[in-house]
Design a protein around this ligand. Structure first.
Ligand code: PLP
Length: 362
């Protein structure tokens, strides 16, 4: 189909900043084409340890508490395979990123969804976690700022969830891939909360903040006993992340701050335009505090999320993702990724307006 505006895939529309690409090219010119340590380059692990200590005040030993992965995707799979025995339950807020439930299932675990709702801006309620803990609960799997809702709970909410984790002797797996994409508030690193460093597997990456999705590089930071289990799987199934991507990641951490700041400012501009625009056309949308997604309701059109997404694409050539792809609580909502240019967003809003008016009349 020609002329489609995609608010579909969750991927930055920016190219990786030039100085990062150049560092990778230069590393190839210098002949860095070999395997690295299974854990990843020590220079990168040191840079990450410094970064996490400085930003979030949480200390990891670069020697054996940080593992470089093929993005958060691999880290998530490793974490689940390392910590779960068959039948172990994992509490996962719903809606959540599409890979969470499959990774738990592939590792032999059982997903226990923790419902969230549009009426509270999809903020998780700590009591909902506590109520669902059983003798087979092993872990909570958190992803904030959230894909698909953009929700970023405050310190108080996350601290109350941390209390549940500590009280029931659980492990927290915290996917913080969107930590830098947060607007007008601080990101709370789950591992930095009281008692959480020693029971959290922190997953982070370069894909979103530095526009490096194709490089396939990320990291896991965790206490050494947990990380050792993940390393055991990684060393036999992946060996190590690409050295070129690791070289690029070092440059991103050392000199990428200005680029991150300017991309985040641009996302924030787009965020305000799309959230206002969706609300103005009658698709109620809470204010997303992070990531690059708006998650409006489709109820005003009388259509389910799937009908809405399908017909909006066919009739107005705008692609969005049905919310139910992210869990039952995403029903009757669609995910609109605003990692696309402002003129494209404005045109998409005009088309959505035409579509909603037509459905309301008909
Ligand atoms: C919440 C979340 N976690 C993880 C990923 C995958 O990250 P990576 O590119 O580091 O594998 C994505 C990609 O969309 C995501 O939205």
């Amino acid at each position: 189909m020609d002329d489609v505006i995609s608010l579909g895939v969750g991927e930055p529309d920016f190219t990786t900043p030039w100085h990062i690409r150049e560092a990778a090219i230069y590393s190839l010119e210098r002949g860095f084409t070999m395997y690295t340590s299974n854990l990843g380059l020590i220079e990168l692990r040191r840079a990450l340890a410094d970064h996490l200590a400085l930003r979030y005040g949480v200390a990891y030993d670069p020697g054996d508490e940080i593992l470089i992965t093929f993005g958060v995707s691999e880290g998530l799979d490793l974490a689940m395979r390392a910590i779960l025995d068959p039948g172990d339950e994992v509490l996962v807020p719903d809606p959540g990123y599409v890979s969470y439930a499959p990774c738990v299932t592939f590792a032999g675990g059982v997903v226990r969804p923790v419902p969230t709702s549009a009426t509270d801006g999809f903020r998780p309620r700590p009591a909902d976690f506590a109520e669902r803990v059983t003798t087979t609960t092993r872990a909570v799997l958190l992803g904030y700022p959230n894909n698909p809702t953009g929700t970023a709970p405050n310190r108080e909410t996350l601290s109350a969830i941390a209390q549940v984790v500590a009280e029931h002797d659980l492990i927290a797996v915290s996917d913080e891939i969107y930590d830098r994409l947060i607007y007008g508030r601080e990101h709370v690193c789950f591992a930095s909360l009281p008692e959480m460093r020693d029971r959290t597997i922190l997953l982070g990456g370069f894909s979103k903040a530095y526009a490096m999705t194709g490089w396939r590089v990320g990291y896991a930071a965790a206490p050494r006993d947990l990380l050792a289990g993940m390393l055991k799987i990684h060393q036999y199934t992946a060996l190590c992340a690409s050295i070129t991507s690791q070289m690029a990641a070092i440059e991103a951490l050392k000199n990428g701050e200005a680029a991150v700041t300017s991309m985040v400012e641009e996302y924030d501009r787009r965020r305000r335009v799309i959230v206002k625009g969706l609300n103005d056309v009658g698709l109620t949308c809470h204010d997303p505090e992070g990531a690059f997604y708006a998650f409006p309701s489709t109820m005003a059109t009388g259509q389910s999320d799937e009908e809405f997404a399908e017909h909006l694409l066919l009739e107005e050539h705008v692609a969005v993702v049905p919310g139910s792809a992210f869990g039952a609580c995403g029903r009757n909502h669609v995910r609109c990724c605003y990692a696309t240019s402002l003129p494209q967003i404005e045109e998409a809003l005009r088309r959505i307006d035409t579509y909603v008016k037509r459905k309301r009349q008909g």
